[in-house]
Design a protein around this ligand. Structure first.
Ligand SMILES: [Zn+2]
Length: 461
């Protein structure tokens, strides 16, 4: 229903070609409920997958998720399930869709100087969602909002070529621009919560100055972030005052800052492997006593499947500083790939001692068990990952695969269905869940429960 309306509105807007009116002359006009927002979010995610290029690297996605969840953890019960996505796009931008879907561009991750700055952006976007800023804006009702978001996607996506679609997208972006008042609110609460979560609130201020600087350096090309989140000197001033009133707290951020690791992954994914290796080699020779450049160089070699050099980089870095974030997990993955399973287990064990609740480590541990054909253990690891990160679609997908190998087809289809559901692929989810019911048997208690789930998915869509 919602999807059909989205297409309908898109069509009207594209045909009319006269920009977007804030209130479309549609017969149904009602204020947005939280339920509407959840539906909008789900529908937007489906469309976004077609129009935006999303980054699938688990290291990168888990990192964003982790920073955001840490902020959410101090905010109390939330009206929405938040989902975070990274968009492959060089523009400095981040945006939130009502109902809890938040998108961050790689261009923003590449430009920030610290995890604290990124936490500032995420805190701000989360407040826009939590405080239902778009729903509270006098303008769009759910139906016209979906239309606006559709145009925003069609015109604002990186694939948009046609000038018409681009200007439509720009107009939609302007329509979705937040007011001064809600920007202030998102700044104030965002900074408050990020600081409570242990991030340095000065990061939020540095980020605002960063966009301001981009605008001054390149006045023609306004950073996209400023189109939806208008930046004023007033905002910078009030955040500055707020940060001062909070005092400089002792931030709990990890050291060295994992943002460097994430930025390296982005460059490697872009194919800059050789250049990155040259740069890091130079950095290592200039700073032989520092662990971080050696770790990053090891990662670059690892990415390039140069196993021996990767191991050397990791082990040297580890001997200089055993507490570098992620190093034992990297070693565990490397040893899994080279078939040195005993060493891999030791590395993952150390990694879980340092950080017992990291779902990514359990995912990699599951893969190690799979390689050793220890399927029962693999299931245990993937279940841990699922419990730690219930909205992540990869652990249930792996569970589906492993149960398949164990010839437990009911469970295999059940978890594949759950994975599809998390990817917003309702039809595929229903098909898989129905096969799970067939395998468990219609009359079995498990089959009965899954039937209920199928009914629920059908009703909500
Ligand atoms: Zn904003």
């Amino acid at each position: 229903m919602v999807r059909r309306l989205l297409c309908f509105i898109l069509l009207i807007l594209l045909l009319s070609g006269c920009g977007i009116q804030r209130s479309l002359p549609l017969p149904f006009f009602k204020p947005m409920t939280e339920e509407d927002e959840v539906k909008i979010s789900r529908e937007f995610r489906r469309e976004a997958k077609k129009h935006l290029e999303l980054v699938s690297n688990p290291e990168l996605n888990r990192y964003i998720d982790k920073v955001a969840r840490r902020i959410l953890s101090v905010m109390g019960p939330q009206p929405f399930e938040y989902r975070f996505f990274v968009v492959k796009n060089s523009q400095l931008n981040a945006f939130a869709v009502p109902g809890g879907s938040i998108y961050v561009h790689t261009g923003l991750i590449e430009r920030v100087n610290s995890t604290d700055e990124l936490a500032g952006v995420l805190g701000h976007e989360i407040i826009h969602v939590k405080s239902r800023h778009i729903a509270r804006m006098s303008g769009p009702d759910p139906i016209s909002l979906l239309g606006l978001l559709g145009v925003f996607l069609a015109g604002g996506g990186p694939q948009a070529q046609a000038a018409g679609a681009l200007s439509q997208g720009l107009a939609a972006t302007r329509q979705l621009s937040y007011s001064r008042k809600v920007e202030q609110e998102a700044d104030t609460l965002g900074v408050k919560y990020m600081a409570e979560a242990g991030y340095d609130p000065r990061g939020a201020l540095r980020f605002l100055k960063l966009i301001d600087q981009e605008r001054i350096l390149n006045p023609v090309d306004i950073p996209s972030y400023m189109l939806t989140h208008p930046l004023t000197q007033e905002r910078i001033g009030s955040v500055s005052l707020l940060v001062r009133s909070l005092g400089v707290q002792r931030p709990r951020a990890e050291r060295p800052d994992p943002i460097k690791r994430v930025q390296l992954i982005l460059r490697l994914e872009k194919g800059e492997v050789d250049r990155v290796i040259e740069e890091l080699k130079k950095l290592v020779s200039q700073n032989p006593e520092k662990a971080e450049p050696k770790h990053l160089l090891g990662m670059a070699y690892h990415y390039n499947r140069m196993w021996a050099l990767a191991r050397e980089g990791y082990e040297e870095a580890r001997s200089l500083d055993p507490n570098i974030p992620g190093i034992d997990r990297d070693l565990g993955r490397l040893f899994t790939q080279t078939g040195e399973f005993r060493l891999a287990h030791e590395a993952f064990k150390r990694s879980l001692v340092a950080e017992a609740k990291e779902p990514l480590t359990y995912l990699y541990l599951g893969r190690l068990f799979e390689k050793e054909s220890q399927f029962g253990e693999a299931v245990g690891a993937y279940l841990r990952a699922t419990n730690l990160s219930p909205l992540w679609d990869e652990p249930p997908r792996r569970l589906g695969v492993v149960y398949g190998k164990m010839n437990r087809l009911g469970d295999a289809y059940y978890y594949l269905g759950r994975s599809y559901l998390l990817q917003d692929e309702d039809e595929k989810a229903i098909a898989a869940l129905e096969r799970a019911v067939d395998n468990f048997g219609e009359a079995s208690p498990r089959g009965d429960l899954i039937r209920d789930e199928i009914e629920f998915i059908r009703e909500r869509s």
